[in-house]
Design a protein around this ligand. Structure first.
Ligand code: HEC
Length: 216
């Protein structure tokens, strides 16, 4: 049998196997697929798996490329766009005027954020709260509260990237408010807090001391 035919029949056994086992959810290796269905030399087996594997990689790359709109393609080799200049720094530079309360933030959060982050910010897939003191444990949970060193970064992140489905749609007052509310969910500020460009700089995040300064 030529190598091509062997590969072909190996592929057929593979599809038969897939049909028979497709709804069991068990992996090929657990089920002893290789010894039972692939009675060829090790080299042919590995060639077969390489072929299947490499083919699926190239298919998925092609699909991914097709789906990427021009805005999502990396623009390598170009000067960085101007908006980088507006990054909010820990010293407060880059922050706009405005202010927002925890109470106002709760209304915005419930309407525009809770669906993806959970009503209390603790939805396991995208948690924003909790995990305090867990970083040195066997199961560290990195959240805004347990991990982020500066509240200004929280402002910056939300202003640029959230809500995920409509980034940059919030006003400066809304971002201050919802930032205040996320800090409240983490127990970092109390419920009467109003955040603005000076009070946000004075917030001491729990993990502030957990980072090293880069030495130039
Ligand atoms: C449609 C779902 C969705 C909505 C709505 C949404 N988010 Fe997010 N958010 C995400 C996802 C997904 C991530 C993780 C993004 C990533 O890592 O690239 C994220 C990340 C974040 C983070 C960073 C968390 C971390 O520790 O890295 C913050 C802060 C945040 N969101 C705040 C908000 C706020 C505030 C709102 C409402 C104004 C909001 N999000 C609305 C999906 C959502």
């Amino acid at each position: 049998m030529s190598m091509f035919n062997r590969l072909k029949s190996a592929t057929q056994s593979f599809s038969l196997y897939r049909q028979r086992k497709s709804n069991t959810g068990l992996s090929l290796y657990n089920e002893g697929f290789i010894p039972t269905f692939c009675p060829f030399s090790r080299r042919v087996k590995s060639l077969f798996f390489q072929t299947v594997f490499v083919t699926s990689i190239s298919i998925s790359t092609a699909v991914a490329d097709e789906n990427l709109g021009p805005a999502l393609k990396p623009n390598l080799g170009q000067p960085a766009p101007d908006y980088i200049g507006s990054v909010v720094s820990p010293d407060g530079s880059g922050l706009p005027a405005g202010k927002g309360t925890v109470v106002a933030g709760k209304a915005i959060y419930d309407a525009q954020c809770a669906a993806c982050h959970g009503p209390d910010g603790k939805l396991a897939a995208n948690p924003l709260a909790g995990g305090l003191g867990s970083l040195s444990s066997a199961k560290p949970l990195k959240t805004v509260g347990s991990y982020w060193p500066y509240a200004t970064t929280l402002y910056d992140y939300i202003a640029r990237a959230m809500p995920y489905n409509q980034p940059k749609s919030l006003s400066a007052n809304d971002v201050y408010a919802v930032t205040a509310y996320i800090l409240k969910l983490n127990g970092i500020v109390h419920k009467e807090t109003t955040l603005d460009s000076s009070s946000i700089v004075n917030i001491k995040m729990p993990n502030r001391g957990g980072f090293f300064e880069l030495q130039e």
